[in-house]
Design a protein around this ligand. Structure first.
Ligand SMILES: Cc1cc2nc3c(=O)[nH]c(=O)nc-3n(C[C@H](O)[C@H](O)[C@H](O)COP(=O)(O)OP(=O)(O)OC[C@H]3O[C@@H](n4cnc5c(N)ncnc54)[C@H](O)[C@@H]3O)c2cc1C
Length: 366
């Protein structure tokens, strides 16, 4: 039985960086919108190294308080072992936007949510989308509220910002093309004494690469990136497997002590493949952020892209509502130029590692 029925001109699915950037932009353009997410706040997500370029979009969204909030650390550069055994420091000295941030990701996501609430944006948190239907002039989202009430939201347009799940696209029968099988085997540990403040550490190995980033609550995020088909690791054996794997590294093994494995937090396996939607939108929907295309974490571009794409998609929706017939296609072609450029740059980056040309992980990327 229908309990609630709403009309909202634009509905955004997903309250991550893309969805909330879009909501803040639409609100500034005086377009009424609401954001639906099937989760509440305080969700752990991998991804904490926010590149310097993000400062530009944070400013544009009126989020300049976030870098200054004291919850995140300054990210000054990368310490990279790639192509040979020599660690090299690459500082963001010539970046026009200054330094980046090592985010406390849970706090960052909550800060975005709180800003949306402060600016009067409606949020439907913990709502499950059961069905999406379309008539010639409207879309309908049938949802289940946290209280178990059936809710129908009628809308003119949906922006899919649901991350890699790309739920609106999926419900419209659209598939994703995946370019690789990259996954992250990740965990958090107390911050090692020896880690240089403000640096992300990266080290390539025969079957992938490692990265480590300090976050500000005394913890360090550690990820081993490899292809899912190369390792069949059962979740219950993950800890011992990672403990063994890290011993094969030249530099990381010195940074992560043996007993750090006794205090692992948030360990798990997460898809990190480069992928994109086969069809990026329809007459009444578009995708933005990871929902449209996802980037290899080596690029450190995912969050910046999500914020920028959310902003650009909101501008495109405003354009469409004001009668600009090419607004959506202009937005999508810019997104595709960026994606193709990043794939080419990634290819160059992987090709700089020539030590293990017979290993399946590198062979696929050379
Ligand atoms: C291992 C790993 C490391 C990474 N490291 C970095 C990094 O260092 N720097 C960086 O910039 N990027 C990094 N990224 C990428 C970055 O985290 C993503 O690109 C970014 O989160 C994308 O934002 P988004 O808003 O598009 O999607 P998401 O952040 O995934 O948000 C999607 C939202 O949609 C909601 N949702 C999903 N399904 C539904 C549904 N059915 N109904 C309603 N809501 C739904 C989710 O709850 C979520 O809140 C990394 C990614 C991985 C996997």
């Amino acid at each position: 039985m229908i309990k609630n029925r709403y009309y909202i001109p634009v509905v955004i699915v997903g309250a991550g960086p893309a969805g909330l950037a879009a909501a803040l932009t639409l609100q500034k353009e005086s377009v009424t919108c609401a954001v639906i997410d099937y989760r509440r706040e305080n969700v752990f997500k991998p991804g904490e190294s926010l590149a310097p370029g993000a400062n530009f979009i944070l400013d544009k969204l009126g989020l300049h308080k976030i870098p200054a909030s004291g919850f995140h650390n300054t990210y000054v550069g990368n310490n990279v072992v790639w192509g040979d055994t020599m660690p090299r420091q690459r500082y963001f000295l010539n970046e026009p936007y200054g330094n980046g941030l090592h985010l406390n990701r849970v706090v960052f996501e909550n800060q975005l949510l709180e800003t949306a609430i402060e600016r009067g944006i409606s949020l439907f948190l913990n709502y499950q989308i059961k069905n999406i239907t379309e008539t010639p002039d409207k879309m309908f989202l049938e949802c289940l509220s946290p209280a178990g009430n059936f809710t129908v939201i009628e809308t003119d347009f949906i922006l899919d910002c649901s991350g890699r799940a790309s739920i609106v696209a999926k419900k419209s029968g659209v598939k994703r093309t995946t370019l690789d099988n990259l996954v992250s085997y990740h965990f958090m540990i107390p911050k090692p004494e020896t880690v240089l403040k403000g640096m992300t550490y990266i080290e390539s190995v025969a079957d992938g690469w490692w990265y480590m980033a300090p976050v500000n609550d005394g913890k360090t995020v550690v990820n081993f990136m490899s292809d899912s088909d190369l390792h069949m690791v059962k979740p219950e054996l993950l800890k011992d497997w990672l403990r063994q794997k890290i011993q094969q590294t030249r530099h990381f093994s010195a940074l992560v002590s043996e007993n750090a494995f006794d205090n692992l937090m948030h360990s798990g396996i997460k898809t990190a493949s480069t992928s994109l939607l086969e069809v990026p939108g329809g007459d009444r929907w578009l995708a933005a952020g990871d929902a449209l295309c996802s980037y290899d974490p080596l690029t450190s571009f995912g969050i910046t892209n999500a914020l920028t794409a959310g902003y650009a998609a909101a501008k495109a929706i405003t354009g469409l509502r004001n009668g600009d017939g090419t607004a959506a296609s202009d937005y999508l072609s810019k997104q595709m130029v960026l994606f193709n450029k990043s794939v080419a740059m990634l290819h160059n980056q992987y090709r700089q590692e020539q030590r293990w040309t017979d290993s399946p992980f590198w062979k696929r990327r050379l």
